[in-house]
Write a protein that binds this ligand. Structure first.
Ligand code: R5P
Length: 285
């Protein structure tokens, strides 16, 4: 809605019927013949349903004669598996990309995908937007850039933390997190670059169970940090995440973007949401 408003346009009405067995029947009500269309669909929980709805919508637009279709996918679900980690696995990100490309999408806009490989795996144009600029602005507005250290909770976030550290001219540290792929258990065994700071800003691409932030904050506490502020692009939030984050005494505030809508029952007092509509609208222009 906000993206359409910023583009001085309106949303097209859709008709979506859910059949008793859960299947959806979807219809585009506007005339889209020879029109350039943008579809915005965040593919987080329920991820399969959201993807299916996106695919049906793309098909409906194509069949109705849309000329050019941009798929805006603020949260690109299934991007965790960008390669085979263990023998016998599927590469889910490639599956999603193959489907999108086969649907005749002309361009995709994604936002801080879990893997930096995502953009290169597409064979169609991709705009990759990032929340880092928004995070830098908010860190300054909150007066957090002085006497704090930026922290990546794992090696996967090193690139991200280096970019933010350059934008803000702030020091950074890296925690070395390991996840057991069988049990899901997460451990932090060591870190690099932690100095004698009292305040840390953890930056991550997503919060799912909240486990990474929780153990990260505990590790930082044990290493002299007194308060932690969190900036994460995607509030994927499984059921226990809001509880885990609320319960942490070290975590003072959690900033996320609205790439994933946080339902009311998952909001909590420490949570602040930064909108991305302006950035997406500018890219669509
Ligand atoms: C991991 O590689 C990601 O960057 C996030 O740190 C992770 O997915 C967060 O998940 P959770 O909140 O379940 O620990």
């Amino acid at each position: 809605m906000e993206i359409a408003r910023k583009l001085n346009t309106s949303l097209s009405p859709l008709e979506i019927h859910v059949l008793p067995d859960g299947e959806k029947r979807l219809r585009v009500l506007d005339k889209v013949l020879e029109e350039d269309c943008a579809v915005v669909q965040s593919c987080s929980t329920p991820v399969d349903q959201n993807y299916m709805e996106l695919f049906l919508l793309l098909d409906a637009l194509k069949r109705s004669g849309a000329r050019d279709i941009t798929a805006v996918i603020p949260y690109l679900g299934y991007a965790r598996q960008d390669h085979i980690f263990r023998e016998g696995e599927a590469v889910s990100l490639e599956v999603i990309i193959k489907i999108l490309e086969s649907m005749g999408v002309s361009k995709v806009i994604i936002f801080d995908p879990h893997t930096i490989k995502a953009k290169d795996l597409f064979h169609i144009p991709v705009s990759q937007l990032s929340a880092l600029k928004l995070f830098a602005e908010r860190i300054k507005e909150e007066g957090l850039e002085k006497n704090s250290i930026l922290v990546s909770p794992d090696m996967g976030g090193v690139r991200r933390i280096k970019i933010l550290s350059e934008i803000l001219d702030m020091p950074f540290a890296i925690l070395e997190k390991n996840r057991n792929l069988e049990t899901g258990e997460v451990k932090i065994e060591k870190s690099q670059g932690l100095n004698s700071y009292k305040r840390a800003i953890i930056v991550d691409d997503m919060i799912s169970s909240g486990g990474t932030i929780d153990i990260g904050a505990k590790y930082l506490r044990e290493n002299g940090i007194e308060e932690v502020f969190v900036f994460a692009t995607h509030a994927v939030f499984s059921d226990r995440a809001p509880k885990v984050l609320s319960a942490s005494e070290t975590v003072k505030k959690v900033f996320v973007t609205d790439t994933v809508k946080v339902p009311e029952n998952k909001q909590f007092p420490k949570l602040q949401v930064i909108p991305i509509a302006k950035m997406v609208a500018e890219n669509l222009k």
